[in-house]
Structures are given as structure tokens and as C-alpha cells.
Design a protein around this ligand. Structure first.
Ligand code: MOS
Length: 726
């Protein structure tokens, strides 16, 4: 089904099931520990052996010699696999890092060997017996130091943009800000580690793994291992958090596959928590210079955002200036991305790549500008709203209610009680402050296909390779099918995460919910036609309700029409160029209240509140869960998260959850989430948009601005730990 015209009225608009806060249909499986995650698939292959990966102990250099004899003769050991006996292990174009080292080592904890044994304990014990002689080389680990050697990177979007005369406008601006902000490396810290079971049946490989993008995983495994697509099956039914870290396969999948081939048995591998940070991927640190010039009325006349980040050779920049191209009006503007080479582990997408760190900087800069203008920060955002893409004024936003979010959010939060002068409000030992920031994240759409079937009992089954990374895909897909076919939710079965199913959008870039349900919409519309045809009716005239198809005086049960053989339809949504004609975004306003201990500098977030405009909300309960999870991640980004670089040895020092701090329940206050009543006919037939990443975009800056309001101390280097406040 092509989607190249705005959606008209369609059966989803009835909103009998879509748009309702249904509990997750996979909730009982998860809360009872019976949802099978990859590592727990004891059922899928007999005789599973255990693999433990050995990571490189240097960040850059060569392996001179690997001695594996001691490991091989250790009890229970079946195989030790290194680059010397792994067979061909190539590099996938889409993945920056090589997933098996040797003889070159490109980053710390890059996989150099896997030890396979009958038990996990035997494999782990033997892994310690692998002796590796390294030749260490000089590496580049310090972004600040490498910044001057950074280059303009090749990116999908242009690295740089410029409109009007920034320099002239900035020089003559009545009020200006010129500041540099930094954000640290961050780790995704998903609950479920990277884990895979690999099994060969002759030439055919099956991996049960934890992955967000099944078709990409299949493609990349083919490329790395030199296999044909029809010989690789990827299954990822449940994913215990990805946040972008599982957009691409990592060493657990590749090493399990290689090890299973050498061992002649299925092999299961999970990365130990302390391996994840350095073996896999992280959000790269940024240095961002922002210049804002405005008239006394607060209207921006000049906007510049330059950002520097680093990655392994061949890698990509953190696109932190991207949102500055379209968030605020202003005639004279420029953005630039620069990329330095670093020999740290691969930097890549982490939830809201680009916008998350970009808004951490831009939205402090806006707060600084508001203060310089003596203007309310909410009003500053409102006067700089734009309904068209500021770099391409001929391109309007499909919908943009940033202003509505600002006004509604401010009112719900009680923003009018804020005292603009910093460090004026005291509650016992606590200095209390309020801050706010815009939320903004692009709305991407991705083609997505599904199969819809109905059997002789009226049970509907949806199959698609879409994944559920804890977001609620199972549930919103079931709601979509139930709505379109007019059957109760309990009559829908959803099967996800299998490369044998039609290729979906997958879970990434907050495109999954809208795109995947739009694909299910296409398949269900086709199934409606098949049902109507078999019943001798016209689908366009028929109503599907109560498990029946109704048209004029005809009224038949779907089960009866489907009959014993059942009916199946397959289709997908193909997005045309509506996204070229219309800028698509999701918007919001974040508000936060913090208390800062006047003696110790400890920051406690007391309240968080946000209003969001993100098209039709398919399920207010799962959507709210996404947003509060993201707001919590923003709290972590503001106050605690930092993967600390050891710039001598080139690795992240705090590589476990004891030392890499993320918020726990006691850190998270009352979170108020409000969704604007919005329907976007240009986003898809579902009229929905992404919401999974929006809540993270801007939330850290709202907290940073609240800390300033509480204390009068402006911190421009995240995270805002107490030694920076004192
Ligand atoms: Mo998201 S960082 O594209 O999973």
C-alpha cells in the first residue's frame, strides 16, 4: 500500500480499541518470568554449549601471539576460537567496528577469542587461561585533544548547512550568547545483556538473539560470515532494552555463530556486564559551541551550532546540531558537524541520537539567552516558533504544536510560581529552582510489512519481523488488527521478531510504533478485502464489527467466512515523498523542579512534567511509559551518566552498573505526562508519530536550567555532579 497522499477517514478513526490504554498483552509473560529472552531458549536446540568471549586487554595495537593450549586442555572445554581458526570473519559495511580482532586490535575489549565448554563455569575458567601477547600502539582517546584534527564527515544528511549571513547578523545582534557545552560518553545500560544462541543445520545458521532490527541483523551476519540470506534466520522475540545498542549485531552473535561452527554444537553466549561498555557501542561525547543572537523582542536573528565528536575510523558523528536546523525561526543560521578519529570503542546511536545531546546544549543556551534578554524562557520559545522548516521555508511542518505544549505544560506545572532571579527560593536546607526546555525529535517513517491471517475459529494472527524492545509493539499491533478486523483484542495473536516473517520497520529512531502499525494496517486492509470477496461482498461497503462482516442485510461471522482453510493476506506500507513535502516532527515542553542541598551540592529532582504533541497516541498507557522512561533517562543524563575515559589506556573505566550510574526509583520523582489531542494525517494511515525518544529530548536541559535557577551556578558540562556546583 502506497502512502503518498494525506490519510483520509479510515476504520482506525473509530478508535474503539486503538487509542485506548490497554495493558501490554505480553505483560503477564514478562511479570511471571516466562517471556523467553534469547539466552533462555533452552528449547530451540539440543546440546547447547557455553561460549565466553575474551576481550582485548589493549585499545590499539597487534596480537603477537595467542597461546590457547592451557585453555583447550581445561576441563569441559570443547573449542577455543580466535582469528587464527575462525574461518572468514569479515566486516559489515553498516557496522563501524570489526567484531573479531586479529591480528590488529582496534579498541579495548574487542573480541579476540571465544572459549566454548560444556558449562558456563568451565568456559569462564578456561577463558582466563588464554594467554595473549600484545604489541601496544599509540592511540587517540581524548576528544578535546583530537578536536583540532576533526574533519567534515560524510553523512546521509549534509554535515554543514548555512542560510543567510550568520556572521553579519551575529555581530550586529542586540543580545548574544556564545558558549561551549560538553556532553560525555554514555552507555545504553540495557537490562538484558547482549546474548545469542547460534545453531547450524548444515549450511543454515539460526541465531536467537537480542536485536532491534531483524533484517539488518540478517544482512550483516551474511556479510560478516559470507552467507546467503536464505541460509540465515534471526529470531528476537523479546528484547530486554536496546536504546540503539542493539540496532546492529555485535560480537555475541558473530562469535556464537563462529564458535558453533567450530564446536559442531549450538553455542550460547552472553556478554558479561563489564564487557558491554567497551566491547559494544556507546553514545559519543560531544563538544558543542552555540552562538545565539537576538533582538530586544527576543526574536532570534542569528543561530549557529557547531559540534565535535569522535569515532573509530569509518565511523559517524553524533549529529548534535541536527535539531538546530529546524527547531526555531531565525533568518541567519549555520550548523556544522566535525568528526575526530578516536580509538575508543565504536560510538553509535543511543536513544534519540543527535537530539538528545544536541538539546542538552541548545536548551541551556536558550535559557542563557532568556536571562540575558530578561525574558521568560517559555515566552522566548514561543516568539521563536516557526510553522515552516527554517532552512527550507517552502516546506511546512505537517503539524507543529510546540506553542500549545509550552502553554499547557507551563500551566500544568505551575510555571508562573517560578522566581526568575536565581538562588532566591529556600526550603530548609534545599535551594529550590525551576527550569524548562523544548522537546523536539524528528518523525521518521520506514516501510513496514506484515502478514495477517484469520482462521476458522475467528482467531487473527499477525506476523511481522517487527521487534518489541519493551516499548509495547505487541500491544499496539494487536490493537491495530483488532480495530481493523472488528474482533476483540483477545482474539488477536501477534508474532514478532523473526526473519521468516515480512520485513518491518524494526525498532529504532522512534519510527517503530507508527510505521509498524501502518504496515499492519496495510495487511489488515488486504485481509478485509479477501474476507469480503469470499463472502461475496464489497470491502468498501462492509463494516467489520463484533467478529462479523456486515453489509446491507448480509451479516456473517468472520470465522464462518474464513472457513477451515482460513484466509491470509500480506502487504506493507510504502512511504512516498510526503516527508519531503512536509517536515515531520514531534514536539513538547519539559518542566522540572529541583532541590539543591546548600551545603553538599546534592541535586534531587522534585517534580518533572511535560506536555507532548506526537500525532495520534495509539495507546496512552504504553506511550506514557515510553515518555516517563525517557524523562528518567534525561534525569540520568543531567545528573549522573558518564562513561569515564581513561585517556592513557583508551577505555571506559566505569563499565558496570555499580559505577556507571543510572537513576533508580529513589531518584525519580512524580512525573506528569500530558499528550496534546492531535492527529497527523501526513504521518501514516494510523495518523500517529513516534513518541519513544521524544521524552528524552530536552529533559536533561530542563533539569540543568532548574539547577541554575536554584543556585545561580551555570554548569555547561554534563553531568551536573555536585563538585561542579560547589
Ligand atoms: Mo534508536 S538510538 O534509533 O534505537
Amino acid at each position: 500500500m502506497k502512502f503518498d497522499q494525506p490519510a483520509t477517514r479510515n476504520p482506525v478513526d473509530r478508535l474503539r480499541i486503538v487509542g485506548k490504554p490497554h495493558d501490554r498483552i505480553d505483560g503477564p509473560l514478562k511479570t511471571t518470568g516466562t517471556a523467553p529472552y534469547a539466552y533462555e531458549r533452552h528449547d530451540v536446540a539440543a546440546n547447547q554449549a557455553y561460549g565466553v568471549i575474551v576481550g582485548a586487554a589493549i585499545a590499539k595495537g597487534r596480537i603477537r601471539r595467542i597461546a590457547t593450549d592451557a585453555a583447550r586442555s581445561s576441563p569441559g572445554v570443547i573449542a577455543v576460537v580466535t582469528h587464527e581458526n575462525a574461518g572468514k570473519v569479515g566486516k559489515a559495511k553498516a557496522i563501524t567496528a570489526k567484531l573479531l580482532a586479529g591480528p590488529e586490535v582496534d579498541h579495548y575489549h574487542q573480541a579476540v577469542a571465544i572459549v566454548v565448554a560444556n558449562s558456563f563455569e568451565q568456559a569462564r575458567a578456561a577463558a582466563h587461561l588464554v594467554e595473549i601477547d600484545y604489541e601496544r600502539a599509540e592511540g587517540r582517546y581524548d576528544l578535546e585533544k583530537e578536536k583540532s584534527a576533526a574533519v567534515k564527515p560524510k553523512m546521509e544528511d549534509p554535515a554543514d548547512t548555512a542560510v543567510g549571513d550568520f556572521d553579519g547578523a551575529f555581530a550586529s545582534a542586540a543580545v548574544k550568547i556564545d558558549q561551549t557545552y560538553t556532553t560525555p560518553d554514555q552507555s545504553h545500560a540495557a537490562m538484558e545483556p547482549f546474548a545469542t544462541i547460534a545453531s547450524w543445520q548444515g549450511d543454515k545458521l539460526t541465531v536467537w538473539t537480542s536485536n532491534q532490527m531483524i533484517a539488518w541483523a540478517q544482512r550483516d551476519l551474511c556479510e560478516v560470515l559470507g552467507l546467503q540470506k536464505e541460509n540465515v534466520r534471526v529470531v528476537s522475540s523479546y528484547v530486554g532494552g536496546g536504546f540503539g545498542s542493539k540496532l546492529w549485531v555485535r560480537s555475541d552473535a558473530v562469535m556464537a555463530a563462529v564458535a558453533a561452527r567450530v564446536a559442531g554444537r549450538p553455542v550460547k553466549v552472553a556478554l558479561a556486564r563489564p564487557q558491554i561498555t567497551n566491547n559494544t557501542t556507546h553514545r559519543p561525547a560531544t563538544i558543542q559551541r552555540i552562538r545565539l543572537g537576538a533582538g530586544r523582542d527576543g526574536k532570534l536573528t542569528a543561530i549557529a551550532h557547531e559540534t565535535w565528536s569522535g569515532d573509530l575510523p569509518g565511523g559517524q558523528p553524533e549529529t548534535a546540531a541536527m535539531q538546530t536546523r529546524s527547531l526555531y525561526a531565525g533568518a541567519n543560521r549555520m550548523t556544522a558537524h566535525r568528526l575526530a578519529t578516536l580509538d575508543l570503542p565504536e560510538g553509535n546511536a543511543m536513544r534519540a541520537p543527535g537530539e538528545a545531546p544536541g538539546l542538552m546544549a541548545l536548551e541551556i543556551a536558550m535559557d542563557e539567552l532568556a536571562e540575558a534578554l530578561k525574558m521568560d524562557p517559555v515566552e522566548l520559545r514561543i516568539v521563536n516558533d516557526t510553522q515552516v522548516d527554517p532552512e527550507k521555508p517552502e516546506r511546512p511542518f505537517s503539524q507543529r504544536d510546540l506553542v500549545g505544549c509550552m502553554r499547557t505544560g507551563a500551566q500544568r506545572f505551575g510555571w508562573e510560581r517560578r522566581v526568575a532571579t536565581p538562588a532566591q527560593v529556600r526550603d530548609g536546607r534545599w535551594l529550590v529552582g525551576m527550569g524548562m526546555a523544548s522537546a523536539f525529535r524528528g518523525n521518521l517513517t520506514m516501510n513496514s510489512a506484515a502478514r495477517a491471517a484469520i482462521d476458522g475459529k475467528g482467531i487473527v494472527t499477525i506476523s511481522t519481523d517487527m521487534t518489541d524492545i519493551g516499548t509495547g509493539s505487541y500491544t499496539v499491533i494487536a490493537q491495530t488488527a483488532a480495530e481493523l478486523l472488528g474482533v476483540p483484542l483477545e482474539q488477536v495473536r501477534v508474532r514478532l521478531g523473526d526473519s521468516d516473517f515480512p520485513v518491518s520497520a524494526g525498532s529504532g529512531g522512534q519510527w517503530g510504533g507508527n510505521s509498524a502499525t501502518a504496515g499492519v494496517y496495510a495487511a489488515c486492509m488486504k485481509l478485509r478485502e479477501a474476507i469480503a470477496r469470499k463472502a461475496g461482498l464489497m470491502a468498501g461497503d462492509a463494516r467489520f464489527e463484533g467478529g462479523r462482516i456486515v453489509s446491507g442485510s448480509r451479516n456473517m461471522s468472520l470465522a464462518e467466512v474464513a472457513g477451515r482453510a482460513g484466509l491470509t493476506a500480506e502487504d506493507g506500507i510504502e512511504f512516498g515523498d510526503l516527508t519531503k513535502k512536509f517536515a515531520q516532527g514531534t514536539f513538547g515542553a519539559h518542566f522540572a523542579e529541583v532541590g539543591v542541598d546548600a551545603d553538599t551540592g546534592e541535586v534531587r529532582v522534585r517534580r518533572m512534567s511535560g506536555a507532548f504533541a506526537a500525532g495520534r497516541i495509539l495507546n496512552p498507557k504504553t506511550a506514557r511509559s515510553q515518555v516517563i522512561g525517557a524523562m528518567t533517562m534525561g534525569l540520568g543524563a543531567a545528573l549522573m551518566e558518564e562513561a569515564v575515559v581513561d585517556a592513557r589506556h583508551g577505555y571506559f573505566v566505569n563499565h558496570d552498573l555499580a559505577e556507571y550510574h543510572v537513576p533508580v526509583h529513589a531518584d525519580v520523582p512524580l512525573q506528569d505526562v500530558f499528550f496534546m489531542d492531535e492527529v497527523d494525517d501526513k504521518s501514516s494511515p494510523m495518523k500517529a508519530k513516534g513518541v519513544g525518544e521524544l521524552g528524552l529530548c530536552g529533559s536533561a536541559a530542563a533539569i540543568a536550567n532548574a539547577v541554575y535557577n536554584a543556585t545561580g551556578v551555570r554548569i555547561r558540562d554534563y553531568p551536573l555532579t555536585l563538585e561542579k556546583i560547589l
